[in-house]
Design a protein around this ligand. Structure first.
Ligand code: UD1
Length: 417
């Protein structure tokens, strides 16, 4: 099994380019099914999840090619409406294909994505919204079979602003006659990016970044060209690494506005942060201090995906910080692994109290994507050598991680075993 070998203790210095957002490119790749034409997408990160999404598109009949960070999808022919179990298992967010397959083919068959390391991740909100749009849904031997019998727009109220349910509802609504109004929609920047893409295809969709979104059912039909927005979680991860290790790092090609809450926490911990255009420069203090309680919330609140990397940084400092995870019920699994490096973390249900102290190298295992990134951050700041195992999780969301960190002066090597 491949692993990262990290020798900690080096301050990080220099510039690191931010890739396109994983959580934006995945729904947009799914949305390329809708226009029955060519979609040219720039700034696509080369990630395991992106490769899985491409496999799904190819399975459905699309022609997909990739050159550098540009992906061309031709969805003129779509002759299947199922996502095979292996591909659903490979990437749980493949449930995002449900809406576009339904809108394009009038029916869809997907296996249930099942539980995940970070919590149950049910899709009840996706399904109840789709039912309200006139989709009939039944379960059969672990598969869900959906049929767009009597599609119609209407008002849908989400009981929680789920990112995936918002995306699936918008995507299905593109095929619904009339107007769909989605109330209490998620406001994540990736949803605004999906809407920007859809507008280019001719879909009338309004309210990107707002909690009420309206979609007028129109068949999208334009060839489109779109650039994926920068990954705010990758941005946060490099800033947390710089804060943990000391030094001064500039992230380029980023969107400072999308990481406002993360920058606020890092500033409180003593970092000096300067934003200019699409760059953010973080100068770390001699030792990180404590922060006000970090409570994960739907956007524009503190992102649950940045909780683990920030916790890793907090472990290395001198202050005490409280983390409250409100989005996923099982998202502190990295805490036990960080403890192997000497971290002082007291987890109690959905809260974790972190008291910073020097960490030492250890053999640790990634429990999930962001938890894995947190272990790398801690390993970089720890004294001595760490082995971070289970890095297929990290591959799902970080492009050229070791390469980018090495360019900042870190001692990290990917070992293929
Ligand atoms: C997306 C992101 C993920 C991020 C999360 C929250 C992608 C590919 N993934 O995941 O990185 O951590 O948003 O910002 O974009 N829920 C239900 N029923 C549902 C749907 C969700 O109860 O039908 C619950 C979930 O269990 C969870 C919470 O709602 O507790 C948030 O989930 P959601 O916003 O849907 O996250 P994802 O779209 O899965």
């Amino acid at each position: 099994m491949s692993y990262y070998l990290v020798r900690g203790g080096q301050a990080l210095r220099g510039e690191v380019p931010i890739s396109g957002a994983k959580n934006s490119v995945l729904p947009i790749l799914a949305a390329t099914l809708l226009n029955g034409g060519r979609s040219l997408l720039h700034n696509c990160p080369d990630l395991r999840d992106v490769r899985s999404a491409i496999q799904i598109l190819q399975h459905l009949g699309c022609k997909v090619s990739r050159e550098g960070d540009t992906i061309l999808v031709d969805s003129s022919v779509v002759d299947r409406w199922d996502v095979p179990h292996e591909l659903m298992r490979e990437m749980r967010s493949s449930v995002i294909f449900l809406g576009p397959i339904l809108a394009r083919c009038g029916r869809a068959r997907l296996s249930l994505p099942g539980g995940c390391e970070i919590g149950q991740r049910p899709i009840d909100l996706h399904l109840s919204s789709l039912r309200k749009l006139g989709v009939s849904i039944r379960e059969q031997g672990g598969d869900i079979l959906c049929e767009a019998r009597d599609l119609r727009g209407g008002d849908i109220i989400l009981s929680f602003p789920s990112v995936g349910a918002t995306e699936n509802t918008i995507l299905t609504a593109t095929a619904c006659p009339g107007v769909t109004r989605l109330i209490n929609a998620a406001r994540e920047p990736e949803i605004a990016d999906l809407q920007a893409f859809l507008r280019k295809t001719g879909v009338l969709v309004q309210g990107g970044g707002e909690s009420v979104i309206t979609v007028s059912g129109e068949s999208p039909r334009n060839d489109v060209e779109h650039t994926i927005l920068p990954d705010r979680i990758e941005t946060a991860t490099y800033l947390c690494a710089a804060a943990a290790c000391g030094g001064e790092v500039t992230v380029t090609g980023a969107e400072p506005e999308h990481v406002g809450t993360v920058l606020q926490c890092l500033t409180e911990a003593g970092c000096r942060v300067r934003c200019a255009g699409r760059t953010i420069t973080l100068q770390a203090p001699r030792a990180l201090g404590g922060m006000s309680p970090v409570r994960t919330m739907p956007y524009p609140g503190f992102p649950t995906d940045a909780q683990a990397p920030l916790m890793a940084a907090a472990c290395t400092g001198q202050g005490t910080s409280l983390f409250i995870e409100t989005i996923f019920e099982n998202r502190f699994r990295h805490a036990a692994e960080l403890a192997r490096m000497g971290a002082d973390i007291r987890v109690n249900g959905r809260t974790a109290l972190v008291t910073g102290r020097p960490l030492h190298g250890a053999r640790v295992r990634s429990t999930d994507l962001r938890g894995g990134a947190a272990l790398v951050v801690a390993g970089l700041a720890a004294e001595g050598e760490s082995i971070v195992e289970g890095i297929t999780h990290i591959d799902r969301g970080y492009e050229r991680l070791a390469e980018k960190l090495t360019a900042l002066g870190a001692d990290i090597r990917r070992v293929e075993a």
